[in-house]
Design a protein around this ligand. Structure first.
Ligand code: PEP
Ligand code: MG
Length: 583
């Protein structure tokens, strides 16, 4: 914590950047919802408390379902789905049986028992060591607290109010509060705890408002007056003085300008100076990200990572829930296509409802499509949901971790089975296009044996680099190898382009490489015409493409195949006139 300027109460705190942009305004502190008093009981009260627990859980579930319906009817189906998932948790037998055990064995009343059960389940989720699942622990606590309050006879407080446009500050925000904050008055969030994957952070990114989380000492430092947050640097200014105000204003103007420029340019075609058009697509992880990607000019989704939908819960999302999530994205992008990736998980990401054996080397193990051998059901449900969502607009489905023709055949037969099941059910659906991710070098090298059976393929350069150079993609000690402009990777891209052309199928790139403006130029030079990236990369990549000639990029790409290192390749593309816009 640092004091500066003439203003005695001014403080600048640092947290984790969770959603970019700068906001300044009055703050509203949202207090945590208090836990009701619990007590111990005698043996004679066990039955009464069990009944009280069951009634409170049923009431909480009904309330949550009603909120889900109201929020959805108000035009926020994705936030509505959060409550739908919470309603399911309230009816979850795992929570109920843990609570009943606490009543019977630890002699807690219904209030104490359900709070205890919520804590235990949340600890289990956090103990799995996965960031997304840890963030979902907040949902479990939230639901348990609601049940406890109903058991204690405390009524529902209703959605929070903001009298004026404000920055919301809190220790943490339970999803049930976050999702009902009035969007039109919400300038941003600053949270003392929380992670970048918390609901508040996800919502802020979807709304395009700034958020900073994990700000140690935030609540104690709050002072009367305004606060400002910089969601890109992670700074929170409390009661900013004149000097800080000028700096905040400068950053706000800069952020607004960058945002306005990105939006203004959104409708410009991504075409090189010599007239070669490139299609820019978005990578998304939740349907909430779709509207912003559309605004920034994405012509469809090249990668919808569906793991988030599956990881954020204690039970598998039902087929209907998946249809709703996929359809929300499809509707946002229609008439452009949304590419849904089948679940890409393995032993490194434990899921409570999916038994995965721990493996010594999960990135080379039974992950992603390889799970279909023992757990085809999860992929069949995904495929059926995708086919049903295709009624709302064009849908493509791709399988991750495909190694060869055998894996492609697995995808095709799963899709045929899913289709037959929908037909047998009399369920309406529409055709989808099928494709694979190319993230294993072998899958490219034998592409000629199966590409023609598919509609498309997409290069997942993050894993492709990892498997090509035997480099753990998350290990900072191996940074030297982690530039995807490595000539070995470029050679694989060229192979993929040639084989896809020969088979007459579409090829795109959806790894981070596509969103790096310099690397995007190399990909265009290698013949790639579809790039899929995080929404925030769309404007810089479009600028880079519009500033260069394809003929120059093609010549540079050819020469780069013989370069000795990624650094050489990067320098080569940076030196191209017009590529300066690529940074
Ligand atoms: C990739 O591997 O390049 C990719 C896009 O998938 P993910 O980053 O989700 O593994
Ligand atoms: Mg991958």
């Amino acid at each position: 914590m640092r004091a500066m300027g003439q203003n005695a109460s001014m403080r600048v705190l640092s947290g984790t950047p969770a959603s970019g942009g700068v906001a300044r305004g009055p703050w509203v502190r949202i207090e945590p919802i208090r836990e009701p008093e619990a007590r111990t009981i005698g043996p004679a009260e066990v039955e009464t408390e069990r009944a009280r627990l069951a009634a409170a859980a049923a009431l909480a579930a009904t309330e949550l379902e009603a909120i889900a319906e109201r929020v959805t009817a108000d035009g926020h189906p994705d936030e509505g789905a959060i409550f739908g998932a919470q309603a399911q948790m309230a009816r979850d037998p795992a929570l109920a049986s843990l609570a009943e055990q606490a009543i019977e064995e630890r002699h807690l009343d219904a209030v104490g028992a359900v709070l205890e059960a919520g804590r235990e389940l949340a600890d289990q989720l956090r103990g799995l060591g996965d960031e997304l699942l840890s963030a979902r622990a907040a949902d479990v606590r939230d639901v348990a607290l609601r049940i406890a309050r109903r058991a204690a006879g405390v009524p529902d407080a209703g959605p929070p109010h903001l009298d004026a446009s404000s920055i919301v500050v809190a220790e943490d925000l339970p999803p049930s509060v976050t999702a009902t904050l009035p969007r039109e008055r919400l300038l941003g969030f600053a949270l003392e705890s929380g992670s970048a994957t918390a609901h508040a952070a996800i919502l802020a990114r979807a709304y395009g408002i700034p958020a900073v989380v994990g700000v140690a000492g935030l609540l104690a430092a709050l002072a009367p007056g305004e606060i400002a947050i910089d969601g890109s640097s992670g700074e929170v200014f409390i009661d900013p003085d004149a000097v800080a105000s000028a700096e905040i204003e400068r950053r706000a103007v800069q952020a607004r300008q960058a945002d306005a420029e990105a939006r203004d340019e959104a409708s410009l075609p991504a075409v090189t100076r010599d007239g070669v058009a490139v299609t820019l697509l978005a990578n998304i992880g939740t349907p909430e990200e779709a509207p912003r990607a559309v605004e920034l000019g994405a012509h469809g989704v090249g990668l919808f990572r569906t793991e988030f939908l599956f990881l954020e819960r204690l039970t598998e999302p039902t087929e209907d829930e998946q249809v709703a999530a996929y359809r929300a994205a499809v509707e946002a992008f229609a008439p452009h296509a949304v590419t849904i990736r089948l679940l890409d998980i393995g032993g490194d990401k434990p899921i409570p409802y999916l038994p995965l054996a721990p493996e010594a080397n999960p990135f080379l193990g039974v992950r992603a499509l390889r799970l279909a051998a023992t757990q085809p059901g999860i992929f069949l449900r995904q495929l059926r949901a995708a086919m049903r969502a295709a009624l709302a607009g064009p849908v493509k489905v791709m399988a991750p971790m495909v190694a060869d023709a055998g894996d492609a055949a697995t995808l095709l037969s799963l899709a045929a089975q899913a289709r037959a099941e929908l037909e047998a059910r009399g369920e309406p659906f529409a055709p989808i296009e099928l494709g694979v991710m190319l993230e294993i070098p072998g899958a490219i090298l034998v592409g000629h044996t199966y590409f023609s059976q598919l509609a498309f393929a997409s290069l997942g350069t993050n894993d492709l680099l990892q498997y090509t150079l035997a480099v753990d993609r998350g290990n900072p000690a191996l940074a030297r190898y982690q530039d995807s402009l490595h000539p070995a990777l470029l050679r694989l891209v060229r192979e993929a382009v040639e084989r896809a052309e020969r088979a007459g199928i579409e090829l795109s790139v959806c790894g981070e490489m596509a969103g790096d403006p310099v690397a995007a130029l190399a990909l265009v030079g290698l013949g790639i015409r579809k790039l899929s990236m995080a929404a925030s990369s769309l404007a810089p990549v479009r600028r880079a493409i519009r500033g260069t000639d394809e003929a120059t990029l093609r010549a540079a790409a050819l020469a780069a195949l013989d370069d000795a290192s990624a650094a050489h390749v990067r320098a080569r593309f940076r030196a191209i006139p017009g590529a300066a816009a690529a940074g």
